[in-house]
Write a protein that binds this ligand. Structure first.
Ligand code: GDP
Ligand code: MG
Length: 180
């Protein structure tokens, strides 16, 4: 670390996926450590920062939220530009949000750098009795796509930090291997 900044690396991370899957809640939970039930009823968070320590490295994540643009499928190219990593979110209680994953993954792969690190996030895993997407189906899909899968809950906080941590580690590994 040098004297001018207090981190070793800063990565841009984007959150994409269908509207209502809990993207804004995931970002709120990561930053504020609590569930914000109605994130859209306040001024939309457009991005947030989170620091993580990985080994002896200090990482600063600059995390971008679509802030409602995804509802109109109008996520702009500049949203994707320069992103080192992306969370592609579906809602485990909504099979349509899962069926839309290929289209989101295709967008991210065409509109951002080719070796961007991805993770598929099955959110709302606290709502077990309303599950509409099985872990087996999600795992099969993610294996085909060669993307890791994690189930999270922005209501309880389960695996929220882990999802971002996994992504950050993947970006660091690519940097170490000079793939970025
Ligand atoms: P976005 O459109 O993808 O940003 O989704 P939001 O973050 O606005 O969340 C949509 C709705 O799902 C809100 O009513 C949230 O309260 C709810 N929600 C988000 N994440 C979770 C979760 O993990 N569990 C439960 N039970 N509800 C959630
Ligand atoms: Mg949102």
């Amino acid at each position: 670390m040098d004297g001018e900044r207090d981190y070793d690396y800063m990565f841009k991370v984007i959150i994409i996926g269908e509207s209502g899957t809990g993207k804004s809640c995931l970002l709120h939970y990561l930053i504020e450590n609590r569930f914000k039930r109605n994130p859209n009823h306040t001024v939309g968070v457009e991005f947030g920062c989170k620091r993580l320590s990985i080994g002896d490295k200090q990482i600063k994540l600059q995390i971008w939220d679509t802030a409602g643009q995804e509802r109109f499928r109008s996520v702009t190219k500049s949203y994707y530009r320069g992103a080192a990593a992306a969370l592609v979110v579906y809602d485990i209680t909504n099979s349509e949000s899962f069926q839309k994953l290929p289209s989101w993954i295709n967008d991210v792969r065409t509109l951002s750098r080719p070796n961007i690190s991805l993770i598929v996030v099955g959110n709302k895993c606290d709502l077990k009795s309303s599950r509409a997407v099985s872990v087996v189906d999600a795992s099969c899909f993610c294996q085909e796509q060669e993307v890791p899968l994690i189930e999270t809950s922005a209501a309880t906080g389960e695996n929220v930090e882990e999802a971002f941590m996994k992504l950050a580690k993947s970006v660091l590994t690519k940097l170490d291997n000079k793939q970025l």
